[in-house]
Each structure stands twice: as C-alpha cells, then as structure tokens.
Design a binder for this molecule. Structure first.
Ligand SMILES: Nc1ncnc2c1ncn2[C@@H]1O[C@H](COP(=O)(O)OP(=O)(O)OP(=O)(O)O)[C@@H](O)[C@H]1O
Ligand SMILES: [Mg+2]
Length: 158
C-alpha cells in the first residue's frame, strides 16, 4: 500500500536494517575496520558499542556481507543460572530428555532448537559449570549473497 501510494521502489520499513543504505561516517568506517581486523586476526574478541540507534546492527550486517561465502557465524548465550551437571550435557538435545527432578516442560524445546539449527546447516552445543552457569553456542552459515529482489525484501521482513 505504502509503495504504490508514495511511489516507492521497495517497502520503507523493515525489521532488520539494510546495510545497502549504510552511510559510512568516519566512526562507522573505523568500527567496521576493527571488526574485520578482529575476525581476520582470529584472536581475542571485538566489542561494538554505541548509543541506541547509531547503526551497530547495520554495521554488523555490512560486516556479514564482507565475509567469505563459506563463513559461519557463532552465537553464544550465557546464563548465570544453576548450571547443568556434566553427565546430562550429552543428552539435553535429545527429544523428551529431562534432567531428573526437573518437572518443567516436555523435554522437547532443545530438541526442536537443534533440529532447526541443523536444518539450516549449523551446529549447537552446550557447556556448563554446574551450580554456576551454562553457555549455549550455535553456528549458522552465512546467507549466500543473492541479487536483491522482491523475494529478498519479503524474506528480510519475515
Ligand atoms: N550510518 C548509517 N547509515 C544509514 N542508516 C543508518 C546509519 N546508522 C543508523 N542507521 C539507521 O538507523 C536505524 C537504526 O540503526 P541500527 O538498528 O543499526 O542501530 P543500532 O545501533 O543497532 O540500534 P540499537 O541500539 O537499537 O540496537 C536503522 O534504520 C538504520 O538503517
Ligand atoms: Mg541493534
């Protein structure tokens, strides 16, 4: 509706910012260079910080575009909960598996998550310090670059 009414070539709003329109200010250029340096040196980590809405996600999407086609992205989520005893770690992604004594849930959540991640060509695993914390990690292959077209815009909005 907006497109036709305002004569736009593509939808004006999307959930994920489009790196295609990134204005490369000096700060954005420096941030991107640091991120690329961090990845290429394969050592340590790089932290990208900035005020709300200053383009962090847009820069990251621009970074993803510059990575080689066969790259994988690693996401780690760490909690500060009660941990998972080591003996259960190999089984927590099995369907209907529940840590004995845990009466919550059906034991299907992590199994579904693993199915989704693997269906996208990634891997998922967990590490835990019992009584302290658990870290869930997953990889996903970088989306292959495609020519921008209508179906891309639709997919990005989904
Ligand atoms: N340098 C830029 N060039 C073009 N658009 C930009 C730039 N910086 C920010 N924007 C636009 O501003 C909006 C917010 O950008 P973005 O989501 O990347 O910011 P953010 O720092 O990740 O925000 P948040 O702190 O909320 O996570 C987006 O619509 C994005 O396209
Ligand atoms: Mg953001």
């Amino acid at each position: 509706m907006y497109k036709e009414y305002f004569g736009l070539k593509e939808p004006p709003f999307s959930i994920a910012p489009d790196p295609h329109y990134l204005y490369m200010s000096d700060n954005h250029r420096e941030a991107l260079a640091h991120l690329l340096y961090g990845i290429n040196s394969d050592n340590g980590f790089v932290l990208l910080t900035g005020d709300v809405g200053t383009g962090k996600t847009t820069v990251c999407r621009c970074l993803l575009q510059q990575l080689p086609a066969n790259s994988k992205v690693l996401v780690e989520v760490k909690d500060s909960g009660i941990g998972i005893p080591a003996v259960h770690i190999p089984h927590i992604f099995d369907a209907f598996y529940r840590v004995p004594g845990d009466l919550h849930g059906s034991g299907l959540g992590l199994s579904i998550v693993r199915t989704i991640i693997e269906a996208h060509g990634g891997e998922i695993w967990a590490e835990s310090l019992s009584g302290k914390e658990t870290t869930f990690s997953f990889t996903l292959p970088k989306r292959q670059n495609r020519i921008r077209n209508k179906s891309d815009s639709a997919a990005e909005q989904a």
